[in-house]
Design a protein around this ligand. Structure first.
Ligand SMILES: [Zn+2]
Length: 340
């Protein structure tokens, strides 16, 4: 202190302070120069600006199937962190908790199926300026594939993932989205994608040959989740309920038509989603002396967790095998229900 204030001489004090300031500025420039050079190396490695500030990109997914497929593409990633939303509920329920809100708010990307079905996304988008982080997977599908009204005039079936052909489109969309956001790892996503496509192609070929004798047979399901499966494997599906149209009551006309179909096609099994809890379906099955067969349609987090034998925090052997193995079991249940 004595040196800086120089025994009370104001001129010498000012000169000393100026010299100190110049020294600090020189040191600061050196620091910036070396830091800039480090960043330049990273830019050469194609890291996007956001990656300087965050090591991890948080990706929120709204459904169990998106979780499985996103983890498939991001397997072994050191940057992408996939996290599930609404884990306490079946995917037909959309009551966001405070934790869900903050997960969406803090996420770098939010992957969801369909804005019409998942209305809460619309509300959250309205309340935020960053619309670009919301990615609607249904927009990656051809329109004709998604809109198909049945004779009961229901809305389209959103369970696209029940057809392995559509799973290939999901995987492609996820690979492209991740590569656009984290170009540093695009090679990894490409490798994971190619490996996954091979498995899905093998599954599709197997299902096609095992369904060869089932052509155009009718299946009755609890709610409408087999339209896409049947488009791929030439069956035809009708449902008792249509949860996704918000009209889940069974009208007398519908009841009568379904009974006629069941009698004329000699149907004795109704395929029910494992997580479906409907007294209307149960009563219909009982009243008409039918048999209930359970399918896994990737609706609830619980059933997917049990099925894949993993917890959200643990890395399983293969996320895709969980889907593939389940679809083999489903195909067996479906052909048994059709009697072929
Ligand atoms: Zn459903």
């Amino acid at each position: 202190m004595k040196i800086i204030f120089n025994n009370g001489n104001p001129y010498k004090t000012v000169v000393t302070l100026l010299l100190l300031l110049i020294l600090i500025l020189i040191l600061y420039s050196f620091y910036n120069f070396f830091n800039f050079n480090n960043h330049k190396d990273e830019v050469n490695n194609k890291i996007k600006p956001q990656d300087f500030h965050k090591n991890r990109i948080t990706v929120i997914v709204t459904t169990p199937i998106l979780y499985l497929l996103a983890r498939t593409i991001a397997e072994n990633s050191t940057i992408i962190d996939v996290q599930p939303l609404l884990t306490a509920q079946d995917i037909h329920e959309h009551t966001l908790t405070l934790k869900d809100y903050s997960l969406i708010e803090n996420a770098d990307l939010v992957l969801f199926e369909d804005e019409e079905l998942e209305g809460y996304i619309k509300d959250i988008k309205k309340a935020t300026n960053n619309h670009s982080k919301f990615i609607e997977l249904s927009t990656f599908f051809p329109i004709n594939d998604t809109i198909r009204k049945s004779e009961f005039n229901e809305i389209e079936d959103p369970h696209r993932w029940m057809s392995p052909k559509n799973v290939k489109l999901y995987l492609k969309a996820l690979k492209d989205v991740f590569s656009n956001h984290v170009s540093l790892e695009s090679n990894l996503y490409e490798i994971n994608y190619n490996r996954a496509i091979k498995k899905i192609d093998a599954l599709h070929n197997d299902l096609q040959s095992s369904n060869i004798n089932c052509s155009n047979k009718l299946i009755i399901t609890s709610h409408k989740f087999l339209t896409h499966y049947c488009q791929s494997y030439k069956c035809s599906a009708e449902s008792l309920l249509d949860i996704h149209s918000h009209e889940s009551e069974m009208t007398p006309l519908r009841y009568k038509k379904l009974l006629e179909l069941i009698k004329s096609q000699k149907i004795n099994k109704i395929l029910v989603d494992r997580s479906d809890q409907s007294s209307i379906v149960d009563n219909f099955i009982k009243e008409n002396s039918l048999i209930k067969a359970e399918l896994e349609t990737f609706h609830s987090w619980d059933s997917v967790i049990n099925l894949c034998n993993y917890s959200h925090s643990n890395q399983p052997i293969s996320w895709l095998d969980c889907y593939v193995n389940t679809m083999y079991l489903n195909a067996k249940t479906i052909s048994e229900a059709m009697g072929c």
